[in-house]
Structures are given as C-alpha cells and as structure tokens.
Design a protein around this ligand. Structure first.
Ligand SMILES: O=C(O)CCC(=O)C(=O)O
Ligand SMILES: [Fe+2]
Length: 232
C-alpha cells in the first residue's frame, strides 16, 4: 500500500489540525484504485445503502455506504490511519481534561462501537454532478464518535468546477470562520468530526466544526469518506 512508504509527518498533521482545522495526509490511494472505486459505484453488492441527498435535505447529489466486509483497500486504510489519529485524539482529550481515552487499534474501536450498539460500517463514496452540493454537517452516527475523519478525492481536481471542500469553525460567542480546503486526487485530508480543542488564555476550549461541499458547477466529483466509528 503506498501509504506505508509515504507515511505522513504526524507532528505536522497535529500542528495543521490545531492551526487550521484540517491537515493533508499526502497520497493515500493510487490512481488505478481511485478509478476502480469510481467504476464500482454502480455495483450494488458492495454497498449497504444508497442515499439521495435531496430527499433528506442534506444537499443534492448521492452517496453509498459500503457494506461489510469492506473492500480491502478501505479496511486497510481505516486500520493503518487509525493509530496515529487515536494518539492525536487522546492528546485532545487530555487537553480538554476529559477522562475519555481512545483505544490503540481500530479493531478495539470497532468492538467498543459494537458494545454501544453501533454495528454498521460508515465508509462511503459520494458522487456529485452539475448543481450538486453537500450542506455543512457533522458525521455523528451514535453516542460513540471518534473525533477525526478523512476524505479522499477520487477524481482529478480538473474533472469538475466548483465543488470545493469547505470547513467552518465556530468558537464560543464568535462568528463562524470558513476554510476552503484544496484536495488532490488520491490524497487524504483529515479533519474533526464535530469539534477540536483550542488553547485559550485561560485553558482550552472547544471549537465546533462542520464540513460540506460547495456547488459543483460543471463535471463530476467523487470522494471516499473514511469515518472510523460505526453507525447504529
Ligand atoms: O465530498 C466531500 O468532499 C465531503 C464528503 C463528506 O461529507 C464526508 O466524507 O464525510
Ligand atoms: Fe461528511
């Protein structure tokens, strides 16, 4: 897997997450694998559900949740990325003074999810065409919410216009701030599912984050979303 040979600089990841609310993880999948994921979008056997975003008021466009057993590529990425992200998540818990700690391996997180009634896999593939967009949201699927998630762009950025990945952060009693995050084909970006700590003058406080996608003006855009907790 290319990820193992180009392992991210996790200190830089942690610093970028703290400063900007996201971090580039570098290339996580090869172009041929991205092509395969897109080509397999119409294979019904790979997915457990198919969501039309408009029907739910989530935006416009569609996505599919992968079924168990997850394709190896996705299961491997979830397992390979998790331990370093869990270390960051645990540093955040310490910074916020909670007594929650995340387990060292993804297998243990999956066990904890199951104990909390969260059995269904959450990795998903999203497809957007002209006019489609994804409203600002948080991917919470139960009480157990692992605080970081990853998105991977599957197309070349030149395959579409618009369709910017947008993050907003809301600090207590302040107006929201937006970041437009550049995505590269096959690269992963990590960001908080719902909040992250920020160091203030009197200790740390929680910043609320949301993410979404601006309207695609032309072309087609596909992404792979990797969420680490399972869903109820
Ligand atoms: O399509 C995108 O860039 C965002 C996908 C998303 O919302 C997610 O992966 O959770
Ligand atoms: Fe999302």
């Amino acid at each position: 897997m290319p990820f193992e040979t180009t392992s991210p600089d996790w200190n830089a990841v942690r610093d970028d997450l703290d400063a900007f609310g996201y971090a580039d993880l570098g290339r996580l999948i090869e172009d041929a694998d991205a092509d395969r994921l897109i080509a397999d979008y119409n294979r019904e056997d790979l997915y457990r559900s198919h969501i039309q975003m408009k029907r739910h008021g989530f935006g416009q466009g569609e996505y599919k949740y992968f079924a168990d057993p997850l394709p190896d590529l996705i299961a491997n990425l979830r397992q390979a990325l998790y331990p370093a992200l869990a270390r960051i998540a645990n540093e955040w818990e310490e910074q916020l003074g909670t007594d929650r700690r995340w387990p060292d391996t993804h297998a243990e997180l999956v066990e904890r999810c199951a104990a909390a009634g969260q059995h269904r896999p959450t990795p998903l593939i999203l497809r957007y065409g002209p006019g489609d967009y994804n409203c600002l949201h948080q991917d919470i699927y139960g009480d157990l919410t692992f605080p970081l998630q990853v998105v991977i762009l599957l197309d070349e950025p030149t395959a579409f216009e618009g369709g910017e990945f947008v993050l907003t952060e809301q600090r207590p009693r302040m107006q929201s701030r937006a970041e437009v995050v550049p995505l590269k084909r096959g690269h992963g970006v990590v960001f908080p599912v719902n909040e992250r700590p920020r160091q203030g003058t009197r200790g740390s406080y929680r910043v609320k984050q949301r993410h979404g996608v601006s309207r695609v003006r032309a072309g087609q855009r596909h992404t792979l979303g990797i969420i680490f907790h399972n869903a109820t």
